[in-house]
Design a protein around this ligand. Structure first.
Ligand code: AMP
Length: 217
């Protein structure tokens, strides 16, 4: 059983896909929820088939303060060799790792992009590197990729991060439209791009509201 997380966000995006993506919504789509918590979800014809988070929200991408996927041997090493308590390991992985741990500067992408510290740039590099590696994994689960959708705080607002992710997909025929990306889309790729890129604002609160109203008599 793989739980996955950010379900409210992915539901909000899946509901908006036909209006924004047109026929591509029926294709192979990766949604990148990039915020303080970050994950990717692979949608085949609007239905989730794979996601980067698992039993907990620790798995997958590097996040603001969460490590994302690491070798489980690291946990054993900390417990057995370094004398960490389970609570200390939990605090390290949930609250002191990720962008904050690598940069030593901040968990906030805006601050990292504005910082001149080499460690801040290293954290941003790692963030993008992990996204691209996980995009590769989800692409294989989908059997290809027609579109990538960026959402949440970083996905909706950080044009440089979107540009770097799309640059990593250039060898597959992705072609960014820099002006459209700077204007936050909704479409951020050129017409001849083999993989279409979009920015779609998420609406987790709207999903909660509609689901709750649906339960009321
Ligand atoms: P969220 O958890 O969805 O609210 O996203 C929070 C993250 O979005 C933080 O890392 C913010 O620094 C980042 N963010 C918000 N606006 C911007 C921006 N204009 N440029 C870069 N990052 C941003």
């Amino acid at each position: 059983m793989r739980y996955g997380f950010h379900g409210l966000s992915y539901q909000a995006i899946a509901e908006r896909l036909p209006a924004v993506l047109g026929p591509l919504a029926q294709g192979r789509v990766i949604v990148a929820h990039l915020g303080n918590g970050s994950s990717l979800c692979a949608l085949a014809a609007g239905k989730s088939v794979a996601t980067t988070m698992g039993f907990t929200a620790l798995d997958g991408l590097v996040m603001g303060t969460r490590s994302g996927a690491i070798d489980p041997g690291v946990v054993l090493y900390l417990l057995e060799q370094k004398g960490y308590s389970p609570r200390q390991v939990g605090d390290l992985l949930y609250k002191e790792s990720g962008l904050l741990g690598v940069s030593g500067v901040s968990n906030d992408m805006r601050s990292l992009l504005a910082s001149a510290e080499p460690a801040a740039a290293e954290a941003v590099d790692l963030f993008v590197h992990r996204i691209l590696r996980e995009v590769g994994s989800l692409m294989m689960a989908l059997g290809g990729l027609d579109a990538i959708v960026f959402t949440a705080g970083i996905g909706e607002n950080a044009a440089p991060i979107r540009a770097r992710v799309m640059a990593g997909l250039e060898f597959l025929g992705a072609r960014l439209d820099p002006a459209a990306n700077g204007g936050h889309g909704p479409r951020i790729t050129r017409a001849d791009s083999a993989i279409a890129g979009f920015v779609v604002p998420t609406d987790e609160e709207g999903v909660i509201t509609r689901e709750t109203l649906g339960l009321l008599p």
